[in-house]
Design a binder for this molecule. Sequence first.
Ligand code: CO
Length: 134
Amino acid sequence: MIGRLNHVAIAVPDLDAACEQYRGALGATVGAPQDEPDHGVTVVFVELPNTKIEFLHPLGENSPIAGFLEKNPAGGIHHICYEVDDILAARDRLTTSGARVLGDGEPKIGAHGKPVLFLHPKDFAGTLVELEQA
Ligand code: CO
């Protein structure tokens, strides 16, 4: 059912430092910061040949990643995102199998303007999984 790895999201306490490290030490193509006020984050995309890395930095109060950074002050992998062809069919298959979809179970428009859902980390090897309809 799942397709390509769309992105790996890394929460970072210092966005400039993370960008400089990836641009400098790793020689990656690093984009410009984009504020996503609806999602409470500033995002930077790192383009790799086969996928993307997304840096997430808190924006405003009540950012959904503020708590994660409190528990992981050096930053860390926040979630991974897999592509699916049909997000409603994917959700129905997952809930039938017993997996928990976060929130009210309805897809939301994610940071890329496409429908997304998040799955409970306890159901997927301790990893927060995002599904994006590609
Ligand atoms: Co994501």
